[in-house]
Design a protein around this ligand. Sequence first.
Ligand code: ADP
Length: 542
Amino acid sequence: MLGLMQDWPLLIHKIIDHAGREHAHRPVISRSVEGEMHFTDYGTVRERALKVAKRLEKDGIRLGDRVATLAWNTWRHLETWYGITGIGAIYHTVNPRLFEDQIVYIMNHAEDRILLLDLTFVPLMEKLQDRLPTVERFVVLTDDAHMPETKLRNAVPYETWIGEVDSDFAWHSFDENTAAGMCYTSGTTGNPKGVLYSHRSNVIHAMTAALPDMLGVTSKDRVMPVVPLFHANGWSLAFSVPMTGASLVLPGPRLDGASVHEILETQKVTCTAAVPTVWLGLLAHLDKTGGTLTTLKRVVIGGSACPRAVTERFERQFGVEVLHAWGMTETSPLGTVCSITDDYAHLEGEALLDIKMKQGRTPFGVEMVIKDDADRLLPRDGKTFGRLKVRGPAISRAYFRGEGGNPLDAEGYFDTGDVATIDEFGYMQITDRAKDVIKSGGEWISSIDLENLAVGHPDVAEAAVIGVAHPKWDERPLLIIVPKAGKEPTKEDLLAFMQGKIAKWWMPDDVVLVPDLPHTATGKIQKMALRDRFKDYRLPTA
Ligand code: ADP
């Protein structure tokens, strides 16, 4: 027997319909790429998104076609996402931080038909367009007055393009499982792989992301996603924020400490989100200027582990609550948020900070486990670590065009590639990437723990730890250090610093100093390249 409730497919345009109707006058504020501040509201964003949809149809875009964006966070970028998905086409966010060859690869792999791009990226695309045969037209996200002289194919300024139609248009209706958005993983190994979100997955994910123990967004908030829409589905903020009716503040292209501080203060932002690098930049700026944060209440930090000092300073010095979050492109992306439940509410000081260093708990809709290499469940004791696996309605079951094969295990769990512990209250903590963990005599050593410890040494600028072959133990840790300018810490010095702070058998077998470390396009250390470089390294203990 079926229930007798209405059939109301979970389609993305229902979010902007709701915001445009129930929160029509609520502000959407952006720093434009042209430089000026721009003020609009949800009612107008919806009207203009309808024009985008109508205009795309006029250009022959149909259900399932890919429309790419290469753009900063602004009101125009937001409108395009709703316009594209409103006719069942698919937004494909291109990450400008990828290497040129990777951009060419993903756009051809996705077969993007139109690219909507910011002024910033016109020179890049002029250089690459001959290698992008599927792109029929380039729409520059600006108006006629700011449109540059360009050789881009069928180039047109966005305002002129949507100006050719009115907003008298009805969103299309289709199955809620229809593809809506596409985002490629940054591909630390091999080519980037396409993650394909559906309308249903984005809507469900947005609802859970906004829950009180997740981001806890309400219509009283002013939320600024500093995290770009092109990074991991923009952490879903383009959906979860309008859904709750909170105001949006969009920082455009300027993500340095001074610019972020200025817009936080002038636009009275209450909640914001970005990777640790952005917050290190903001804190350095506040140090230099003696500035404060007068309206900000919450900051969401994820994408890589949040340094303890960042959490400590936000909370103690500025009275801003830090929500440490974990996720990945394949998880839409929020998997966990570290909000403090009843179980830890009594903690204070360093003990509380210890918990805040964890990546946190899952919301409804994410089932999370840790398993060993033989796929056996591991205990939630906060100590045992294993492969972190997740399943749920907003988690990938495959990649676009089947790249990489089946990523699920026999029980339908997606292997995140991360290694983690889960404690008795459900708090997860990342201890490493599976491929970076050091396997010594059948036991695992966390490279991240050793690196975090090593960078605490006053002479160390950056540290990486990799496993190097060992005849008896299989692998042993090698510590690779980039010293601070003018410093030359010795091996004895560094090891003495680490002594007593970790288990004895975790101590690195050797230390080498290097001038720099290789990084990926998103700023993470390229462990693969390091392992390759040190594959014949002979440890003194071997
Ligand atoms: P990119 O490499 O482009 O950032 P993703 O955003 O998909 O791609 O990266 C996801 C990975 O980033 C996770 O699998 C995890 O290893 C790491 N990560 C994300 N958030 C955190 C966090 N809070 N702490 C530690 N690692 C994190």
